[in-house]
Design a protein around this ligand. Structure first.
Ligand SMILES: *Cc1c(COP(=O)(O)O)cnc(C)c1O
Length: 366
């Protein structure tokens, strides 16, 4: 038996003809950077995300960093960010020279605990960066209220939650300007690196699109110190094809998660992913918690079932950040790193594979 953590077979088969067409169109156009494919994808994704503007960039980390630069965040500014996230969220803050202020998550949802935010705010705090981890949106209404009351900006890291909603409103449409990633394994993934910013503010969108292109609006005239971070025509054309399937593929993820919920309920010491009131989870990942994580992972591995750990080391304990934080500083994040296990889940995953996973887990617990 071999059950992969993730397979692109189904998605790729579904879109193969359209992707080849898109490739041929861009190839023949002989225009590969900042052209009509990108304009079209930006319009499509803005519409999908119910925002006025989308700015395509080279990857998700750049999207976060450009969002911070667009808002003028820099040295001396403090940014509140979850202690439990993928390292990119932290790296973007470091890259602009701002100070990372971690706040612990709610352990059952993995997401930033709004109740921890007020105590972390100082006179230097400028921005809150919530991360919709594993596909579940944060408590955005509470977070926006806290931000509004303290005059703080919000940038959502929406890399893992394209199409997710909070009280019916799309993740990536709450903050002043928000970032997402189209890394191949994300819910909307390119065939290479890509990312984007989403915003309702035309001025911020214009500034971000200048920053991503050398700080230049008119060729060879530079208004700002920008970067080269463009979403190329080929990836934009591919993403427009895949975007049409995103709702369907997210629905499939939700159905698989529901099956896991049903079949794994009451098994051993497993804590299944909790969905907060109001959250429309799109299950980028299905993450369970158990004190026997390593043993369970090993057991499943021997049975041919591939699992993964998101993430084995929390950002504050990475070598890169050890100069600032000590072990024990963020116990919830540390506990999650020691107990979390991501099970196979992807659009097109055969139901029989899901049953094999749940049967194997049950067998582990005897
Ligand atoms: C993937 C991811 C990123 C970074 O995206 P890249 O395109 O790989 O740079 C940022 N934040 C989160 C939460 C992610 O999952």
């Amino acid at each position: 038996m071999k059950i992969p953590f993730l397979s692109f077979d189904y998605q790729n088969n579904t879109i193969a003809a359209e992707i080849k067409e898109a490739f041929q169109r861009v190839f023949d156009s002989k225009w590969y950077i900042l052209g009509k494919e990108l304009q079209e994808f930006e319009a499509n994704y803005a519409k999908f995300n119910c925002v006025g503007h989308c700015v395509g960039v080279a990857n998700g980390l750049d999207a976060l960093q450009i969002a911070l630069n667009t808002l003028g965040i820099g040295p001396g500014d403090e940014v509140i960010v979850p202690s439990n996230t993928y390292i990119a969220t932290w790296l973007a803050i470091s890259a602009v020279g701002a100070t990372i202020i971690p706040v612990e998550p709610v352990s059952t949802t993995f997401n930033l605990d709004p109740q921890g935010i007020p105590g972390a705010i100082t006179s230097r705090t400028k921005l809150i960066m919530p991360v919709h981890l594993y596909g579940q949106p944060c408590q955005m209404e509470e977070i926006m209220t806290i931000a509004g009351a303290s005059g703080l900006l919000v940038v959502e890291d929406n890399a893992q939650a394209q199409g997710a909603t909070f009280n019916g409103r799309l993740a990536g449409s709450f903050g002043q300007i928000n970032a997402t990633s189209f890394y191949p394994t994300k819910n909307l993934g390119a065939f290479g690196d890509a990312g984007a910013l989403t915003t309702d503010d035309a001025g911020l969108a214009a500034k971000a699109s200048v920053l991503r292109n050398y700080g230049s609006e008119k060729k060879y005239y530079n208004e700002m110190i920008g970067v080269n971070s463009r979403l190329d025509e080929m990836q934009a054309a591919f993403l427009s094809v895949k975007l049409k399937f995103l709702h369907t593929w997210n629905r499939q993820r939700k159905e698989l998660a529901k099956k896991y919920d049903e079949l794994l309920a009451g098994t051993g010491d497993l804590l299944l992913p909790a969905v907060a009131a109001g959250a429309g989870h799109v299950y980028h990942l299905y993450v369970i918690q158990t004190k026997q994580r390593d043993k369970l992972q090993e057991y499943l591995g021997r049975a041919g079932i591939e699992t993964s750990v998101h993430y084995p080391v929390p950002p504050h304990l990475q070598k890169a950040y050890r100069h600032r934080f000590k072990p024990g500083a963020f116990p919830v994040a540390e506990r999650l790193a020691a107990t979390s296990l991501s099970l196979p889940l992807y659009p097109g995953m055969p139901e029989k594979d899901l049953y094999a996973v749940t049967e194997s887990i049950k067998a582990f617990y005897g």
